[in-house]
Design a protein around this ligand. Structure first.
Ligand code: ZN
Length: 405
């Protein structure tokens, strides 16, 4: 019989706070191990990070993996039979699943082109015929373009799927609104998200120990860009039986810090918070300062595949470096940089028409970008522990975004 870590319990410990701010360095204890925060969770949508093996994830010091309830919903029975996500995927550390709400909602706005979920705007912005998802009180009815089947996910279905997948941390089902949605629509959507939160908790309780280890549940805070909505929903969620919180929504970069502050000032200090789907270096540093503990995003690996590589002095476009014998970043400690891969060599793989060259390029550069972001969270943690986070943040942002901060 498997014995789980941390007495098969979930808890959060604050080690040190940033003076005068909401941010902190801490440890999230889960049945599959600890996460030292702030931390970046690598996105393995289907239980695997694209082009990166589990050993390679360990080699970049990844602490946790995030998978997706929507994408894994049909595989969830097989995952449960194999002992849950960690055992099934081969990733033996902590895991998190998101509810699938985001993926379902984006079908509603035309496959990723998020315009608006507002029923009235629907008519203005897109032909309702083209929409693949419709929100109602029960949940979301949608047409899956991959299987060509009609389907439905509500809070109960999302909890059942996530409990079968068996990550250590689950997300309550929520309705994501877009930047184009009105205040009135956000009020309506948020009230629905709050009712779905109560239903999520009830259903989650029934299944959270089914796989033999305890799975915890985060409530997801929405409310768009409005302070009254963000604060009121955070206050309500603070009273509910959640183990932590997801900070969700579509954010304009310049208002991210302020919106996070509204939420985190109202949320209980002793529970962890996950910023959903954002992880550019400034998102991580501003998010950390304002109280987010963990982060996830497909950007580091997606941008690597598209030729954008991260360096201390800002991102570079690899296509511009023919014949360069420079490393991607000579301060980087990732396996790619340590093995001496030059920008010129990587560009040659990037431009090659051979499939194996492209695969190798995607592998080497995904490793680099992941390590860059993970190292940023490690340095941010170190700076919090040393009491010099503000100086670290200022210096990092000045180097990375010379024209912005
Ligand atoms: Zn590197």
């Amino acid at each position: 019989m498997t014995t789980y870590k941390n007495d098969n319990k979930f808890s959060f410990e604050i080690i040190k706070e940033i003076p005068g701010k909401l941010g902190r360095a801490g440890i999230i204890h889960t049945p599959h191990g600890d996460i030292h925060t702030p931390a970046f969770m690598c996105v393995g949508t289907n239980g695997q990070v694209r082009f990166v093996s589990m050993e390679e994830l360990k080699s970049v010091n990844a602490q946790a993996m995030l998978s997706n309830g929507y994408h894994l919903r049909n595989t969830s029975y097989e995952i449960a039979e194999n002992g849950g996500l960690a055992a099934w995927s081969g990733w033996d550390g902590p895991t998190l699943t998101d509810s699938g709400g985001f993926q379902v909602m984006s079908l509603g706005s035309g496959l990723g082109k998020v315009v608006s979920m507002d029923r009235e705007k629907e008519v203005v912005n897109t032909d309702p015929q083209d929409r693949l998802a419709h929100v109602c009180e029960d949940g979301v009815y949608f047409h899956d373009p991959f299987t060509d089947q009609d389907d439905f996910i509500g809070p109960e279905e999302s909890m059942q799927i996530q409990c079968r997948i068996g990550a250590d941390i689950h997300m309550a089902y929520d309705e994501l609104t877009s930047l184009a949605d009105s205040y009135e629509y956000n009020v309506e959507a948020l009230a629905r998200t709050e009712r779905w939160a109560i239903r999520s908790i009830e259903e989650h309780k029934k299944h959270c120990d089914d796989l033999g280890y305890h799975q915890s549940l985060y409530g997801v805070i929405q409310g768009g860009r409005w302070e009254d909505l963000r604060r009121s929903t955070s206050k309500k969620f603070a009273q509910m039986e959640f183990d932590g919180y997801g900070l969700g929504g579509a954010f304009l970069k310049e208002s991210l810090g302020e919106i996070l502050r509204w939420c985190c000032e109202e949320l209980p200090k002793n529970k962890p918070r996950h910023l959903l789907g954002l992880s550019h270096p400034d998102d991580i540093l501003i998010g950390t300062e304002m109280g987010a503990d963990t982060f996830d995003c497909v950007a580091p690996t997606r941008e690597a595949r598209h030729g954008k590589l991260y360096t201390k002095y800002g991102p570079i476009a690899i296509s511009k470096f023919a014949d360069s014998d420079e490393l991607i970043d000579n301060t980087c400690d990732c396996p790619t940089c340590k093995a001496g891969w030059t920008r010129g060599q990587l560009r040659a793989l990037y431009k090659s028409q051979k499939l194996e060259d492209k695969h190798q390029y995607n592998n080497l550069t995904s490793i680099h970008n992941l390590r860059f972001i993970i190292r940023l969270t490690e340095e941010a943690r170190e700076a919090i522990l040393n009491g010099n986070f503000e100086e670290y943040k200022k210096e990092f942002l000045k180097n990375y975004y010379p024209n912005k901060y």
